[in-house]
Design a protein around this ligand. Sequence first.
Ligand SMILES: Nc1ncnc2c1ncn2[C@@H]1O[C@H](COP(=O)(O)OP(=O)(O)OP(=O)(O)O)[C@@H](O)[C@H]1O
Ligand SMILES: Nc1ncnc2c1ncn2[C@@H]1O[C@H](COP(=O)(O)OP(=O)(O)OP(=O)(O)O)[C@@H](O)[C@H]1O
Ligand SMILES: [Mg+2]
Ligand SMILES: [Mg+2]
Lengths: 472, 472
Amino acid sequence: KEKFREISVAEFFAKNKELAGFANPTRALYQTVRELVENSLDATDTHLILPEIVIRIVNRPELSGSNGSEQRFTVIVEDNGIGVPPTVMANAFGRVLFSSKYVIRQTRGMYGLGVKAAVLYGQATAGQPLKVVSATKGSSYSYMKELFIDMKKNEPRIVSEGQWRRRGSWHGTRVAITLMGDWRRAKNRILEYIKRTAIIAPYAEIIFETPDGEIYYFPRLTRKLPRPPREAKPHPHGIDLEHFKIIIKESKAKTLLELLVQEFQSVGEKTARAFLKKIGVNPNLNPKKLLRKENEELLRSIVDEMKKFEGFKPPRSDYLSPLGEDLIKLGLKRLFEPEWVEAVTRPPRAFEGNPFIVEIGMAYGGKIPPMNEPLLLRYANKIPLLYEEKEDISWKVLSSINWKLYLINFPAPLVVLVHIASTKVPYKGVGKESISEIPELEQEIKNGIQEVARRLRAYISRKMKEAETLRR
Amino acid sequence: KEKFREISVAEFFAKNKELAGFANPTRALYQTVRELVENSLDATDTHLILPEIVIRIVNRPELSGSNGSEQRFTVIVEDNGIGVPPTVMANAFGRVLFSSKYVIRQTRGMYGLGVKAAVLYGQATAGQPLKVVSATKGSSYSYMKELFIDMKKNEPRIVSEGQWRRRGSWHGTRVAITLMGDWRRAKNRILEYIKRTAIIAPYAEIIFETPDGEIYYFPRLTRKLPRPPREAKPHPHGIDLEHFKIIIKESKAKTLLELLVQEFQSVGEKTARAFLKKIGVNPNLNPKKLLRKENEELLRSIVDEMKKFEGFKPPRSDYLSPLGEDLIKLGLKRLFEPEWVEAVTRPPRAFEGNPFIVEIGMAYGGKIPPMNEPLLLRYANKIPLLYEEKEDISWKVLSSINWKLYLINFPAPLVVLVHIASTKVPYKGVGKESISEIPELEQEIKNGIQEVARRLRAYISRKMKEAETLRR
Ligand SMILES: Nc1ncnc2c1ncn2[C@@H]1O[C@H](COP(=O)(O)OP(=O)(O)OP(=O)(O)O)[C@@H](O)[C@H]1O
Ligand SMILES: Nc1ncnc2c1ncn2[C@@H]1O[C@H](COP(=O)(O)OP(=O)(O)OP(=O)(O)O)[C@@H](O)[C@H]1O
Ligand SMILES: [Mg+2]
Ligand SMILES: [Mg+2]
């Protein structure tokens, strides 16, 4: 009587588009620009390439409804990044949960879904294939594919492909997705997203052409790239039973001691010996024996103890890629022309074995208009977050600050920037708009805001004294 | 240099547990109870069975950490529902995106993920297999399976199974999942969830045994079941290109006219003819021709026009299963012992072809303590929603009400219940805690609150006059 069936993950996200941020044509147009731009930035600055990104939203009147009620656009994003190898190109753009970012490294992408969610939405609302052209660095060919996603099988269905000898040394990727959108409603948010991306990436050249033919140009202001993020091994505090079993299965280590040192970060031989001594386990144990049913309890207790052993060094943060205080201050100055600006990059911390760095920027006065509450600019792994503000961890922390303690009375001209850089950003949803309330993150955001607010108080207090002195 | 790989949807939700509501042991214990109870209610009241549900959370000290820091529990939920057929049992509990609820019908479940997300969390944190026992109505056997989910392949890995001849006429399902949890922190929410479930299901008998051995008993108060929901065909306003292509591929209809009438709800022959006449398409067209590349533009314009054609009857609402005004009032009376209670079941509406009914209940005074804002009880498809209140559509609408217009000044003793029943509840995330802001839903919630608030105003106004009369 009940009809049982399985659906593919492509069908799942097609049926539930709103989960991925594609709730309506306005959000869909915004999300498509986001997913493509974030992929282009991951393909450039993560790989020490100075980004050159061109974004075009082109009106497609021949595909749109008669009275203009269904508007369709083609979103084209081109970059000078590392390109996509031809052997994986079809899967990278046509198979949901296929990604090069399933490693422990700070990148904007993490789910293996982004561009595919945009393709699925475009397919359902405009019926046109995705088109991608790419050449990897040093390759003598450029490759092109036009494809749909086969929803039943979650695989690419290629409708045309080609390759040609490359002229010159261009490398990079150009993606075009056609979808139903609402440019009039999405315009401000899309502009804001691109602007806020450019403001923290002064090393990037970004060109944006709108459906109305307007061109927004964000020139490169510096050739200095932030240190790129690096791939890390897992940290023992972040391990669980499933993960540990997979590590044991795949490891070539002959002993448990070797496995701990080789397969994890922050575990030297001395520490590993101390840990195994503490829990009374033989360091020479063949780790594969831990997979046997009779050793189930031993495996569980090893994992439990690993998660709380204080002796492991904290997760490495030199693998992370923060913005840096100079870049944050420069960005805030350009955006707001304030009279005062400050920034702090907090020391690294971790939650569940994931290292993170919180950075706070603040701008005050000057051309900032007085507002009833601080203007919050949120960033995570260098992505600007524009929606779901009231649900976000940064908003919750910011709302808890008593600004009177810092001599700020609203209305006041105050901007606060929060950036969280981590190997795992705990978003609330795959649409990446707001971040869950993790206690360790909350603490650091609070510490950072208070640290910069104290400097603002010193500035305001000094100005008040100066004004006092002038009056006498 | 970039390492490309594909992961299964099981690995995806294991890696990103927080997306499914399993952010930490406290939330995980709560979510596991929820997922099992919601499955049990779907297996009973949707099928005209008076539910008998037993929930037990059992302490597992032999699996827990030495100093009590890692606590593990087994959550056992047993029901007298329709059972799970043995042929699909392993997949139903061991394959992510396998479900009997991928049809157009109002059920609590919709994603095909719920119980599997709990199994994945349990597997990662406790290493024990899921155990399920089930017998379908009329079957002479009971079937048992113990299984893990193979994360790489997203399929069940059965570790033991059995069957035995059934004594008597028991039918139903008993599910046991073992996981790391935090009963102390989760207790209040779990109790509240079960209580709020019982309060709108007076036809259900629910027994809850806690890890401390306490037993909470919610007896059956009525044998009257609400009309069960029924499966519907899609409505033309909710169609997109992908969906329409699938309908065409699978339909046996010989002409486009037949297809519209057979495959959709709310489309009679007269209406279908009028629609095709309006858009100038031959009703005798062989629908399979629409799948050809040369007819791409015609297909797109048919779908565009279908979505906005006003002539189709609105989506059927007799397929929905609202709570009803009596049941809401009864529940509020039992929970709060107010001096005044009212409820309204709003007329059916639709968003994007999905029919929905909003129901509002309000309770005032009596034993309700005065509070600074109304207490909001949210429900969707009869599921109580306890988290992410400030992000929810009902909260946003409630916050916009000017209660002074209704003679309410806070602090005031006011409770507001909002229930949304639909064939598709637009949750913000797969954890089903808050609902997206859909304009049509917002409007109906607002209309409903105002309608009941007007009756409250009449009551308060009458009481004020009586008090006035008494004073003279
Ligand atoms: N412009 C690009 N240049 C190079 N590689 C790209 C580009 N766009 C996509 N890719 C490759 O395709 C893969 C899939 O992209 P997709 O956006 O679907 O997932 P993701 O970026 O890995 O994760 P997320 O879902 O969080 O965006 C990426 O991991 C990357 O390897
Ligand atoms: N107690 C039960 N009695 C009968 N069938 C059940 C029971 N529990 C689960 N099932 C079956 O197993 C399927 C899978 O359950 P699961 O919770 O994973 O997904 P779902 O309920 O369909 O959707 P959701 O992810 O929204 O909960 C259900 O669709 C149902 O057919
Ligand atoms: Mg991406
Ligand atoms: Mg379920």
